[in-house]
Ligand binder design. Structure first.
Ligand code: AMP
Ligand code: MG
Length: 447
């Protein structure tokens, strides 16, 4: 499984990583693995990602943020027994013999509305008119809905015998004072923000959003509004990666385009060292103009691995600037689809973990191949697929040309089909797993 040139080192020195000794221009020595599997790479990146420190924010702007504290109920919720219906508060025992043939009449002695108070204890044979959310009067133990009662002047006639406690919301039925209302690690939903408000919380501690610095590198790259001449192409990766970052709840800033020179790369990378995560794209392969790795090492980044057995996206490097808490670094391949797929597999889980999330994986769907796929053994393929539901099954079909330069293969993709590294064929009609990118695909389906 380990195809690395594995010079195993003592555990303490390399944290369970065998490694290839790397010598760069300076005396920097890093321990780096090469040619590892997707699963190993995922484990290595996640091992480096700890949730970021907490910050206190107004609860009303905390939607989607991850709670960094335990929230306990400062008070009982609901604070008192109250009515769940519009109707009559009464004593269930008074209706023990009520039936359609022999309705029971009670005297309606007063009315209590939401926000009001029913202070006078109800006596046997008495009821109070009550509305949803109003506190239950002392002496009452049950509410009968108005649809099940017949009002006549100051009396009410009821032909059913309710269970004691019917249509009553008990004090503390949601939370008692001091109980845990929300656990750390919860992604704050609309409902959670409502609960925080009910508990009187206007401020809440959440994990800081990850800050990501994005660098494009390549002599051929220009900004989208520039003239396209002499083999220039637009540095589109920065735009797609920024969008992927924001999809993970991270904030990104663009360091711009570095020409393929060590000096320019160094200058721009330095500007990103204040981030939590630095992402470069391109210049990380084995070409004469690929300077990203040596420059990162020169700046103090310890690379953990380079080269993951996957397609698209083999030339991917990952490391961390030392000493901690220097930023984590992903040097992604330049091909747009490779960059996006590597982001999906490794950067997204890291950003979610930095943001405090427990769940870092996409949902997995079991699908049926609609056509036969073939490849050589050695690398895990992530096939961009469209999905179609038919006769209780989900069929997957490759989007279009699967070249790592064809962005539309990713634009059209509803999921990434996992074609295992050692497998060489997935026959039409056989089953495989898809990482679901398009959650709308689940809409309306009954799974
Ligand atoms: P490289 O890894 O530098 O050899 O680049 C691989 C391919 O990705 C080349 O065809 C580059 O032109 C292309 N590429 C590099 N950077 C970007 C970028 N920021 N946006 C789009 N394509 C890029
Ligand atoms: Mg290049």
């Amino acid at each position: 499984m380990w195809e690395c040139d594995s010079l195993r080192q003592p555990l303490g020195a390399v944290k369970r990583m065998g490694g290839a000794r790397q010598r760069t221009g300076r005396v920097t020595v890093a321990w780096m693995r090469t040619g590892i599997s997707v699963a190993e790479a995922r484990a290595l990146v996640l091992a480096e990602a700890q949730p970021l420190a907490a910050e206190t924010v107004p609860a009303e702007s905390a939607l989607g943020r991850v709670l960094a504290q335990t929230v306990r109920a400062p008070r009982t919720l609901p604070p008192a027994d109250c009515s769940a219906m519009d109707g009559y508060a009464l004593r269930a025992a008074d209706l023990a013999r009520a039936s359609a043939a022999a309705p029971v009449e009670l005297a309606v002695v007063y009315e209590v509305a939401a926000g009001g108070r029913g202070d006078v204890p109800l006596k046997a044979g008495e009821a109070a008119r009550i509305f949803t959310g109003a506190p239950l009067p002392p002496g009452a133990d049950t509410v009968v809905r108005q649809e099940q009662a017949q009002a006549q002047a100051a009396r009410v006639r009821i032909a059913i015998h309710p269970k004691r406690g019917d249509s009553v919301r008990r004090a503390g039925e949601e939370l008692r004072a001091g109980e845990v209302a929300l656990e750390p690690g919860v992604k704050l939903s609309a409902a959670a923000l409502g609960l925080l408000a009910s508990l009187g919380r206007t401020q809440v501690a959440v994990h800081r959003r990850p800050r990501v610095a994005l660098l494009s590198s390549g002599d051929e790259l220009v900004e989208p509004d520039a003239a396209i001449t002499d083999g220039r192409i637009v540095a589109s990766n920065a735009y797609a990666l920024a969008a992927q970052c924001s999809d993970c709840g991270a904030e990104s800033f663009n360091l711009g385009i570095a020409r393929d020179t060590p000096a320019e790369l160094e200058a721009l990378l330095r500007a990103g060292l204040s981030a939590d995560l630095l992402i470069s794209s391109a210049g990380v392969s084995v070409g004469d103009h690929d300077h990203v790795r040596p420059v990162l090492e020169k700046l103090g980044c310890r690379l953990r691995f380079w080269g993951v057995n996957m397609k698209p996206g083999y030339p991917l490097a990952f490391g961390r600037f030392e000493p901690p808490p220097g930023p984590l670094v992903f040097a992604l391949p330049g091909n747009p689809v490779s960059a996006l797929v590597c982001f999906e597999q490794f950067v997204r889980p890291v950003l979610l973990r930095l943001a405090g999330r427990h769940t870092t994986e996409r949902p997995l769907l079991r699908v049926t191949l609609s056509e036969t796929l073939r490849k050589v053994a050695g690398r895990m393929h992530f096939v961009r697929v469209r999905l179609r539901r038919e006769a209780g099954r989900v069929f997957a079909t490759p989007t279009c040309n699967q070249s790592s330069g064809v962005q539309r293969s990713m634009v059209l993709a509803q999921g990434l089909l996992v074609f295992d590294a050692e497998a060489t064929e997935l026959a039409a009609g056989s089953e495989a797993q898809v990482q679901l990118l398009d959650l709308d695909f689940l809409s309306g389906a009954c799974w």
